[in-house]
Each structure stands twice: as C-alpha cells, then as structure tokens.
Design a protein around this ligand. Structure first.
Ligand SMILES: *[C@@H]1O[C@H](CO)[C@@H](O)[C@H](O)[C@H]1NC(C)=O
Ligand SMILES: *[C@@H]1O[C@H](CO)[C@@H](O)[C@H](O)[C@H]1NC(C)=O
Length: 254
C-alpha cells in the first residue's frame, strides 16, 4: 500500500495533489525530505520527512524521535496510523543511512574539499541623523560554499532583536559575501561579538568588536605609530654612528 492511500484526509489531499499550479487560489501539498548534519563523519545526521499543506507542516517523521508527529487533526490521525505500521517506520528509519548518509557522503566530499574560509570584518556604521542606537556591521567575504550563518552575541549570549542580514550574494567567481547589521544600545563593559558558522570551520568562529576606536581612526594611529618607531630607529642609528665616529677621532688624536 502506498503512503498516499494511507491518508485519511481525502478532502485536503485529493484537492491539492491533483491541482495544477495555474492561479494563486490553488492549494499545494509538498513533501520535503531533509538531511541535516554538521559533523564531517555524518554521525549527527538527522532525517526528517515533512508533509506541508501550503506552508503549513502537518505531519513529520523525525529520525531522532524515530516516529511521525502530527501537528493538526489530519496529521495526528495519520501519525497514529503510520506509527502503527512497522514496515513504514522501518523504511523511514533506514533512510537515515540509505538516503541521507549515502547522498551526503557523495555531496559532502565534493564540496567540503573546496570550502574556502570567509574573511570576516566588523565595522561600525554611521547613519545620518545621530549616533544612537549604534549600528554594527559584520561582513564575511570570499567564502564557499554559500551556506553560512552569521549571528550576534552580547557577552556570549545570542542577540535576536534588530538584526538584519543580506542573503548570501554571489561575487560571480564562485565566492560569496554576506552582511549582517546589528542595531543596539551600547552599554559600558559589555562585549559584542559576531559569530560565523561555515562548512570551512570546524567550530563556530567568534569575532569580538573593539569599541575603543572606529577602524579609520585605528588605521591612522597605526600609521602614526609606525612613523614614530621608524623615526626613533633612525635617530638611534644616527646617534650611534655619530658616537662611533667621534670616539674614533679621539682615538686618532691620542
Ligand atoms: C527532531 O527531533 C529532535 C528531538 O525532538 C529535535 O531536537 C530536532 O529539532 C528535530 N529536528 C527537526 C528538523 O525538526
Ligand atoms: C494498530 O495496530 C493494531 C494491531 O495491528 C490494531 O489493532 C489497531 O487498530 C491499530 N491502530 C490504528 C490506529 O491503526
């Protein structure tokens, strides 16, 4: 018996499955199979089989739970029915290896070896009309593959409010860039950081914001300091040279 026949909610399913996408008034049933993992050895693989009616997820198999869970009356009825059938459950549970790990092994080895670490920059954004609230920008450049997660931390805790992020933007040369903006009210003594998660990193990377000076000011100071060091070195060299010369002269006159 196919999964389709097991649906009890004929009204929804028949209407949606046999409707062509011709106008905005029609219904869609979509089934998404998702394989989610972080570890290169695929040991943390989670497989979910998701049934949506329009955008609403109404039933899901989740390999961590090892069974179906329904999210509305129709979903719950089917979950009860399918969870009672060991053949269906064994098939779904087996798909973690058969479907997810099998495909991930192929795709992962093809992509992971080509992963390129993002170049991450933190900067403060000056907005017209005053300085408050403060706006910081975390930009990641020149990375591959495009999938990336950029988030903000305040004293190590995830910040969710007032974060706007662009999509991963293609540079046109296989590399991507992304920009995330944080609007916040600065407090003294706090630490604001940008956290970047990407396939090229073995763990999330955290970049701390140094609020002491804006970047352009820091650059000016760095140039000034280099000039000062160079000046001191030249002056010292000159002094040593002068001393050696004058000592030599004294020796000769003696
Ligand atoms: C699968 O179930 C586990 C345990 O309840 C949960 O932590 C995880 O978020 C679920 N995965 C998805 C994709 O829903
Ligand atoms: C579950 O299976 C048992 C035994 O096969 C059956 O008696 C019962 O009616 C089933 N329940 C559902 C909800 O299909």
């Amino acid at each position: 018996m196919s999964l389709l026949k097991l649906f009890n909610c004929h009204l929804i399913v028949t209407v949606s499955l046999f409707t062509q996408a011709e106008s905005a008034n029609e219904y869609f049933t979509t089934r998404w199979l998702r394989c989610t993992y972080k570890s290169p050895d695929l040991s943390d693989m989670v497989y979910t089989d998701n049934y949506h009616f329009n955008k609403y997820l109404f039933i899901q198999f989740n390999s961590t739970l090892g069974k179906y869970v329904g999210f509305n009356e129709c979903g719950m009825r089917n979950a009860e029915y399918w969870n009672n059938d060991t053949r269906i459950l064994q098939g779904e549970r087996g798909d973690v290896d058969r479907f997810c790990k099998h495909n991930a092994r192929n795709y992962d080895s093809a992509v992971r070896s080509k992963a390129v670490k993002p170049n991450v920059k933190l900067s403060s954004v000056t907005r017209a009309g005053g300085r408050h609230p403060a706006v910081l920008m975390c930009s990641a450049y020149e990375f591959y593959p495009p999938h990336i997660k950029v988030s903000w931390l305040r004293d190590g805790k995830l910040m969710t409010s007032k974060v706007t992020s662009t999509m991963e933007m293609a540079d046109g040369d296989w590399y991507y860039q992304i920009h995330s903006e944080l609007e916040y009210s600065p407090k003294s003594g706090e630490k604001i950081s940008c956290m970047v998660e990407h396939a090229s990193f073995s763990k999330p990377m955290i970049y701390d914001w140094d609020p002491s000076l804006p970047e352009s000011e820091r650059n000016k100071i760095a140039i000034g300091a280099s000039g000062l060091v160079l000046g001191i070195v030249l002056a010292a060299a000159g002094l040593i040279y002068y001393k050696k010369k004058s000592e030599g002269r004294i020796l000769v006159s003696n």
